[in-house]
Design a protein. Sequence first.
Length: 431
Amino acid sequence: MDYRKIAAAVGLAAVAAVTRADDVKAVSYKPGDGFSFQTTDDAFKLTLGGRLQAQYAYSGVDAQPERVGVSQDASSFKIKRAFVWFKGNAFTRDLSYKIQADFSASFPLLDAWMNYRLADEFQLEAGQDIVPFSRQALNSSATYQFIERATPVDYYIPLYDMGAMVNGKIAKGLAYYSVGIFNGQGVNQARSTPNSAVNLRAVVNPLGDFSYAETDVDGTPNPLLSIGASYFMNKVAYGTAADALTGSNYQKGFLKPLTGLPGADASGATLAEDVAKVGMLEVDAAFKWMGLYAQGEYFLASAEAAKTVNPAGYSGPLGDAGGKRKLKSAGYYVQAGYMVLPRTLELAVRYGAYDPNTTSWETATDKSAQHDQRTELSGAVNYYLYKHGFKLQATLSSLGREERSLAAGAAPTDYRKLNDLVGRVQAQVLF
């Protein structure tokens, strides 16, 4: 399916519908939001916008002779994102919609949803959208404080998915909530099993409404604080007979080790497939005031195989008393930045860490799962020419990893710590 043609056709049809209306307001433009066409009664509105991010990255690999699969440094230019969106409302201001595509990606259709507002406190949304699980994932990549998301965020988030949500804004932004049910398969993926994923999120802004946009480029005169929490649960099928049922977003990050399923049943026979019960919890906080912006998140995740057991004498992975395979993981990050030149120049620093599998996928002789810590230490310099609409960013990151040593003569219990250096420079135009 050619999503580029679909997006273009929808956009042209929407423009034609608006421009044929009897009374159309003059075209307006809001920096960072796009060009808007709107009827005088506000019943119809169409906003066209886009974002381009051109990036250069250099990675300096901590290359030791025995390191598997990594042998050299890399230098590369790329188009990180090339977004085009259509958004607005139709028939009434209460029915809003958004269609967004990323032409730099293999799955270009991202946002494709409609939202009906019965009241600020009670709204209904259906389509494909970001799963409301992580503060940083919910923030647009146009307003990141760093060029990329924190590495723990990328490890845990489900990102885009198709489903439906009930959501609301309470007391003019002092609180938000959402309750959603999704395919649980990832971007542009249907589900072929009777299971669904469920996501819950609540946010409290005690000092006033607080957007997800990072940095305080505007120099907020009064302090603002936001505190949030999310929970995500899903059942994911794995194994030979289930490979066709798993979405691409759920075969990486936290759930990637589950590709090791199936295991064995009570008799020791290999299982053809298995289902993992997944639960992830996230808590977050953010603060901004007078050019200072800081935020952090903590993640706790677990997965348990439904069928896999370890009978007496079976040499497979260790698990709980019942023999079921388990995976537990935790991670966090904190970041902060300050506008050293108001509205122009910002300096920022971030530290994050996560443990992919703290207690599992071990055997009696292999404890490598206890030695797989990942860390990130990053610094950033951001120069804002027209706020987030036109900005230049530079980051330098030290990415640490712990793994088993494969050097000649190394004992099975020998482990080492490696650090890769990654530098990025990016220019963004948002219109």
